[in-house]
Ligand binder design. Structure first.
Ligand code: PLP
Length: 358
């Protein structure tokens, strides 16, 4: 069976060599040495100044919204994973959707200002499939209207934009280290910011507000990662160059062999070093998508409709209609993309898609 993704597993010996250190110290959580080492390695690799590793990629969104949302309206994208909208509602804010750009698939910055009201507190946008939003335009809008900017950068491990990490944009960026993501710790994530004061707030927030064992520095929650997960992260990180180069091979194969006369691929924003995180294709209609999906399934190949549905249409959200996002969501399919996907499997995938796409 070929699925849309397959978790990268380092050798169990390598994982064990890191676990050994946790065993020797009898230390399993509370920012142990493995977590601190992983944070240092990631900071250097990603070229970011402030990073905190967390237990998943959703809680950093909640923490960011707790700090910036203020129970107000949060301008957001309907084309993302459910966590983006759910975090807004979970933090008692109201999601205000702004439609997406039809080619970049990120929030359409030209439509943001029309949605700002006196109740707007923040913008929460997603760098979709690792493709950066128009971060400069969004920064200008936010400055003009005194809004905070949060980026759901769950897909963005290793992405650079204008020669710097995409995590450096916005007031707070978040990432997911879930097992399905490019770099992972099983479950895990991170939050990023650019200034010391905000970093302190994020830091206290992620550890119950603890300032030493007896003192508390404001409201906090538990967003800490365990040493077991950090051990896995360190072992995965040792393979990071292979992960990127093998994924690039798959992406290159699709680019060179798919027939794009009736099919569109993702348009990556200019000045971006992308990370080969997903391979979405957009069909001419939902009908064609369903035919292709069905033909692939007959061969035991399971791509994923992602993102689907458009978040404004989710039953408990019920936002305003978003024609571009709804149209794209109905026609987009993410193709299998992982480290050991073979050329013969890729040939089967591509020939089926080319045969049934019209
Ligand atoms: C994976 C993902 C999340 C959630 O991350 P978890 O680590 O699973 O909590 C949030 N937003 C987007 C866009 C994602 O793809």
């Amino acid at each position: 069976m070929i699925t849309v993704t397959k978790t990268f597993l380092p050798s169990i010996e390598l994982y064990n060599s890191y676990l050994q250190r946790a065993w020797e110290k009898v230390w399993l959580t509370n920012r142990g040495e493995l977590t601190l080492e992983l944070e240092e390695k990631l900071k250097n690799y990603l070229e970011v100044s402030h990073l905190i590793i967390t237990n998943n990629g959703t809680i950093p969104l909640q923490i960011a919204l707790k700090l910036f949302g203020n129970g107000g309206e949060v301008i957001t994208t309907p084309f993302s994973y459910i966590a983006t909208s759910a975090a807004i509602i979970w933090e008692n804010c109201q999601p205000i959707f702004v439609d997406i750009h039809p080619e970049y698939l990120t929030i359409d910055e030209s439509k943001i200002e029309a949605s700002i009201t006196p109740k707007t507190t923040a913008i929460l946008a997603t760098h979709v499939f690792g493709n950066p939003c128009n971060v400069i335009a969004i920064e200008n809008i936010a400055k003009k209207h005194n809004l905070k900017v949060i980026y759901d950068a769950a897909h963005c491990f290793g992405v650079k934009h204008n020669n710097k990490s995409v995590f450096n944009y916005g007031d707070i960026s978040t990432c997911s280290f879930h097992a399905t993501k490019i770099f992972h710790t099983g479950e895990g994530g991170a939050m990023f910011c650019n200034d010391n004061k905000l970093f302190d707030k994020l830091f206290y927030s992620h550890n119950f507000g603890h300032n030493g064992p007896l003192d508390f520095h404001g409201l906090g929650i538990n967003a800490k990662i365990s040493e077991l997960q950090s051990a896995l992260g360190l072992a995965v990180f040792d393979n990071i160059n292979t992960i990127f180069s093998e994924r690039k091979k798959v992406v290159d194969f699709y680019n060179e062999n798919l027939d794009f006369s009736n099919l569109k691929s993702l348009k990556i924003r200019e000045n971006t070093e992308w990370n080969y995180s997903y391979y979405p294709v957009i069909f001419s209609s939902e009908e064609v998508l369903l035919t292709v999906e069905n033909e692939l399934q007959k061969e035991n190949i399971f791509p994923r409709r992602y993102f689907y549905p458009s978040l404004n249409t989710v039953n408990y959200i019920n936002g305003a209609s978003m024609p571009v996002s709804e149209s794209i969501a109905s026609r987009i399919l993410c193709l299998p993309l992982y480290v050991d996907l073979s050329i013969s499997d890729l040939e089967r995938i591509v020939s089926t898609i080319n045969k049934f796409t019209c």
